[in-house]
Design a protein around this ligand. Structure first.
Ligand code: NAP
Length: 280
């Protein structure tokens, strides 16, 4: 079997076309473009690149973005204050705090300052709870993007055994909760999991979210499984051994061009949702 490609680039492009139409309608009705505030603390080059990519996508889709850059010496209180001001600003529809913040800053306190209404990146505790109980709210963007991608190909989730490798707050845990809400049977694996290969071999759907190049070996993959590789390591290498996994899987995400574009498209779609919710 040679896996078919879950083309995140193409699905994201479609989603962004829809966002652009909605953004134009919003601008006409409300008199301004929907607006995302991005907050960047410190000078991590990768974070600067990610924020730039998100702002470019905003521009292409007709959204405004307001960029707040703070230096690495910013304290938690200062950051919380800046974010709280954005949360209170009626001209801002969504707020993204780029992860990670410098050591010494309490990232979770800063995330909470966003508040659920503008948490279009889905990082607050309230958003996690809403997502876990299928209540209205914003999904964590990468997990939300993964579900949108699987849905775009009509891949069934109910009753499937999904094995999520990784349990971070922004990726592993929320994607597992979204899969559970869609009636998959979910197993979480992490650094203390014994017999990872055996757990992965049981999966109908594997989600790799680790940050270790090719940790998930191709010969662990059950023939016909769906493989989603959220990993992004230097040199465009994912967390799955791609060629060997693609030889066994039924569907697979490429790296790059799989999960990455869906994350940004989901961020913009959720900014649009937030803007429309605030200006019905
Ligand atoms: P993270 O916070 O570092 O979490 C990594 C997770 O992997 C942890 O739960 C850790 O377990 C687990 N892990 C580490 N070594 C393991 C091992 N040997 N076996 C099994 N599990 C292991 O990373 P993250 O933020 O979730 O990101 C994961 C990957 O996704 C990275 O490559 C990142 O670049 C990528 N990513 C991509 C996007 C995108 O848009 N495409 C967005 C976000 C992240 P413990 O909990 O036990 O430590």
């Amino acid at each position: 079997m040679v896996a078919k490609i879950l083309d995140g680039q193409a699905v994201a492009a479609q989603l962004l076309t829809d966002v652009a139409t909605r953004a134009a309608g919003f601008a006409e009705r409300v008199g301004r473009a929907p607006t995302l505030a991005t907050v960047l603390v410190g000078d991590d080059p990768a974070s600067h690149t990610y924020v730039r990519m998100k702002q470019n996508r905003c521009r292409q889709a007709g959204l405004d973005s307001v960029r707040v850059e703070l230096d690495a010496s910013t304290t938690t209180d200062e950051l919380v204050e800046r974010i709280a001001a954005l949360a209170a600003d009626p001209g801002i529809d969504g707020i993204l705090l780029q992860h990670p913040v410098p050591d010494g800053v309490d990232e979770h306190a800063a995330f909470e300052a966003i508040g659920a209404a503008k948490d279009v990146d889905g990082v607050t505790l309230a958003s996690f709870a809403a997502m876990s109980f299928s209540e209205p709210g914003f999904a964590s963007c990468t997990p939300g993007g993964i579900i949108r991608l699987l849905d775009a190909y009509d891949l069934p989730l109910a009753g499937r055994h999904a094995v999520v490798v990784g349990r971070s707050r922004i990726l592993g845990k929320p994607v597992g909760m979204l899969l559970l809400e869609r009636d998959a049977t979910v197993t979480f694996c992490h650094s203390r999991t014994v017999d990872l290969a055996d757990r992965v071999a049981e999966a109908d759907i594997v989600v790799a979210a680790v940050g270790r190049p090719e940790l998930v070996r191709g010969d662990w993959v059950k023939p016909g499984a769906v493989v989603v590789d959220a990993g992004y390591n230097p040199g465009n290498v994912g967390d799955v051994e791609y060629d060997a996994a693609a030889a066994r899987a039924s569907w697979i995400t490429p790296v790059p061009g799989g999960v990455g574009p869906m994350t940004i498209a989901t961020l913009l779609a959720q900014t649009m949702d937030g803007a429309e919710r605030r200006h019905p």
